[in-house]
Design a protein. Structure first.
Length: 315
């Protein structure tokens, strides 16, 4: 019997206008956005629908915006008796949406935690400035080695942040070390190296300065054991207890996202259908590079929801 996994995207999936058609067409989504506005005390929905773009792209806003849009999409899908997934997983920030989907965390508590995560990560970016870059066309071992060389040459911080797909690896660190790593990657024959439009060095030791404060925020949330296995970014294995969830969310700040291994784990467990739930289709595109033999679809707007519902929740 085939199994389905729900996947939830992270930062970089946001765009002005996301969720607006959903809000107008599905009561469950409208309730989700309205609740978010109440919980946060400002009109996050208006920011999602109307921008301005630079405010939406500020990580303190981006993180709750993607989280709320993803959960609103999930609630709209669930209202039509969507087939329950065998697994869930989220890319970085998306892990919080996955925890809500698995029943491990309430939406309101998750929203407050995501907002705090965005606030603290922005603060870390101001205290320990850095950036990120995508390296295309090099093997993992090569990228790890050039990061090591850049650290040795600069005495700075640089490491792999995201193992996104074969041939697409994101590095993260202070600006000088990142720039040296970029030049080394080009010299090694990288097909392309792209500096990302972010103001923080996520998933690197530069986030260490906020770990203690974020741990307190995590420990204040009431988690439950997941009803559906949540495949973790840090370990690429299921989170099976409240303690494991808490430790995962804290470690994730400074640890690489092992996305390729997470997907391979789910495929190894019999998953044949992957459904990305959130704005855009970033994870579906990565899936094509990870394993073309599996089915993958993106559900990011009303049209996609209607298409999914016509299939009766089945691929």
């Amino acid at each position: 019997m085939s199994q389905t996994a729900f996947l939830f995207p992270g930062q970089g999936s946001q765009y002005v206008g996301m969720g607006q058609d959903l809000y107008e067409a599905h009561p469950e989504a409208r309730t989700t956005f309205d609740q978010a506005d109440t919980v946060l005390g400002f009109a996050l929905s208006d920011l999602c629908f109307n921008g301005p773009e630079e405010t939406l792209n500020d990580t303190i806003n981006t993180q709750p915006a993607i989280f709320v849009t993803s959960v609103a999409l999930l609630r709209a899908l669930e209202s039509n008796r969507l087939q329950a997934p065998g697994f869930v997983a989220g890319h970085s920030l998306g892990e919080y949406s996955a925890l809500v989907a698995a029943g491990a965390m309430d939406f309101a508590a998750g929203l407050q935690l995501v907002r705090e995560r965005g606030r603290l990560m922005k603060e870390a970016g101001e205290r320990s400035p850095g950036g990120m870059a995508a390296v295309l066309g090099l093997e993992v071992e090569v990228v790890n080695e050039l990061c090591r060389q850049a650290r040795k040459e600069t005495g700075g911080v640089i490491q792999v942040a995201n193992y996104n797909s074969p041939g697409q690896i994101v590095i993260s660190g202070d600006f000088r070390a990142r720039d040296v790593a970029i030049e080394l990657a080009k010299a090694e024959g990288a097909r392309r190296v792209v500096s990302l439009a972010v103001s923080i060095a996520a998933h690197s030791p530069l986030m260490e300065c906020i770990v203690d404060e974020f741990r307190q925020a995590v420990e204040a949330v009431e988690f439950r054991r997941p009803a559906v296995p949540v495949v973790a970014n840090v370990s690429a294995a299921p989170l099976e207890s409240v303690e494991a969830i808490q430790e995962e969310l804290v470690q994730q700040l400074t640890s690489p996202v092992r996305w390729v291994e997470s997907v391979w784990y789910m495929i190894g467990q019999g998953v044949t259908d992957f459904v990305e739930i959130g704005p855009k289709d970033v994870l579906m595109k990565l899936m094509r590079r990870i394993d073309k033999s599996v089915q993958a679809m993106s559900v990011g707007d009303v049209t996609a929801i209607d298409s999914k519902q016509k299939q009766g929740g089945e691929r």
